[in-house]
Design a protein around this ligand. Structure first.
Ligand SMILES: [Zn+2]
Length: 442
């Protein structure tokens, strides 16, 4: 058990080649454990593993959304003046970007970004003369940490331009979530937790923006349950609206006979980057059917067996989709001839295991992450303008490689590296080897 726990702590991506290369000496005693976990992903991906998500407290608990909202209301109305308990921590967002700061612990390590949580007192000062009003409807409950006596909220402050300068004086800046994703040290559980919280908050706030009117009768909606759902204000309608998640299948198509994997390029990719196929699930379709249909439509390849790998929340897609859920599969090809749909893809090709291994080994994911972390620090200190660094990251990742795949923040990386370094197992083999508990995600 102890060994397993250590693996969980040390290996945000137990399936990644990077992880293996970074932690070889540290994990040498556990290599046998890694090898027996072939094909299974025990670790949360980027944006999963939110530390506030453990469980929802009972309504009477002071940390429950409703209790927290009642306490907040009494403070907003000014009916209580003593210190707030539990502590309120508020994360402002501007145009989908969370507030963040950055610190260098010493000159040898790369800077570490952190979320820019504000206290209730900070908020009342900051919003006193602001166009943003600190009112119940604006605040969205994110979760609580009873061990720290804290409840956490998010607020959208996009309408007030002046706040950017005010917060800049405290070396806090609104940074693109994709940029933070790239700058996150995936071996650091704290940083991965903060990224997951920011992703959850962004998805909820973006959804609030999209759900302001009832789709049934067109009347205005209001937030309920501390912003965790919306409800139509029309007395006859009262439709309840819940946060939206858009599922996407993402699959590594495998040619078992010739030991090859199918990788594809979209025209928007940076040069030399190849990845998995992906596509939206249609209404009335199973996940497996979506894998087979998308693969057929985009490449003309027929898929037989489809095996689940893991899933990843993806709150950094287009704002019309506040949170996609990437559901990852290995898909075993029944036919091998490629016929690319040029409207969907630039190219798709079979790649040998050796070529895919090279693509992973020559990519410099750790260096690119450190570069991004340094850029986030410059943004927070006001030295550099805010920018989206994910394309930079991918370019830097692939500096030395003739081809490369997306970095460890993306589920595609883990599908590809799992196959390349340990081989995907088929569903029937996996079920025989790993009964019941290994498949909690199914
Ligand atoms: Zn309605």
């Amino acid at each position: 058990m102890k060994q397993e726990r250590m693996l969980l702590l040390l290996s945000p991506f137990a399936t990644s080649s990077l992880f293996l290369s970074l932690s070889k000496s540290l994990l040498r005693p556990y290599r046998h454990l890694l090898s027996t976990m072939s094909g299974l992903n025990f670790q949360p991906h980027a944006f999963a593993g939110n530390p506030m998500r453990a469980k929802t407290p009972k309504p009477s608990d002071p940390f429950s959304p409703n209790s927290a909202l009642e306490t907040l209301k009494s403070h907003l109305l000014g009916t209580t003046y003593h210190t707030i308990s539990p502590d309120f921590k508020v994360l402002p967002f501007r145009k989908g970007r969370p507030l963040a700061g950055s610190e260098s612990s010493n000159s040898h390590s790369s800077p570490k970004w952190h979320l820019g949580w504000l206290s209730f007192a900070d908020c009342t000062d900051l919003f006193a003369d602001s166009e943003v009003k600190l009112v119940e409807e604006k605040l969205v409950f994110l979760g609580s940490r009873p061990e720290e006596n804290s409840v956490y909220w998010a607020i959208d402050v996009s309408e007030d331009e002046k706040l950017v300068d005010e917060l800049g004086k405290k070396e806090l800046s609104f940074v693109e979530l994709r940029t933070l994703m790239v700058a996150t040290d995936w071996a650091d559980p704290r940083a991965m937790g903060e990224l997951a919280i920011a992703g959850h908050a962004r998805a909820l706030l973006e959804w609030h923006g999209l759900a302001r009117f009832c789709g049934h009768c067109g009347c205005k909606t209001v937030p309920m349950e501390a912003g965790r759902r919306m409800q139509c204000t029309d007395e006859l309608c009262k439709k309840r609206i819940y946060p939206r998640v858009d599922p996407v299948v993402i699959m590594l198509v495998i040619d078992r006979e010739n030991d090859r994997a199918l990788l594809s390029r979209q025209s928007r990719f940076v040069p030399r980057m190849w990845s998995c196929l992906a596509g939206f699930i249609e209404p009335g379709e199973s996940l497996e059917e979506a894998v087979r249909r998308e693969t057929w439509e985009e490449t003309g390849i027929e898929v037989g067996e489809v095996v689940y790998h893991s899933s990843q929340p993806w709150p950094v897609g287009p704002s019309s989709m506040p949170c996609q859920l990437m559901v990852g599969f290995f898909a075993y090809a029944k036919s091998l001839e490629i016929n690319v749909d040029k409207d969907e893809l630039e190219d798709a090709q079979w790649h040998s295991r050796e070529d895919v291994k090279k693509a992973l080994s020559f990519a410099e994911y750790e260096k690119a992450q450190r570069t991004a972390a340094a850029k986030v620090e410059q943004i927070c200190k006001g030295v550099k303008q805010n920018q989206n660094l994910s394309s930079d990251f991918n370019t830097e990742s692939g500096e030395l490689a003739h081809m490369f795949v997306p970095g460890p923040f993306a589920i595609a990386h883990h599908l590809i590296s799992t196959w390349a370094f340990r081989g995907a197992v088929s569903g029937s083999e996996t079920r025989l080897k790993y009964p019941s508990s290994s498949f909690s995600n199914l």
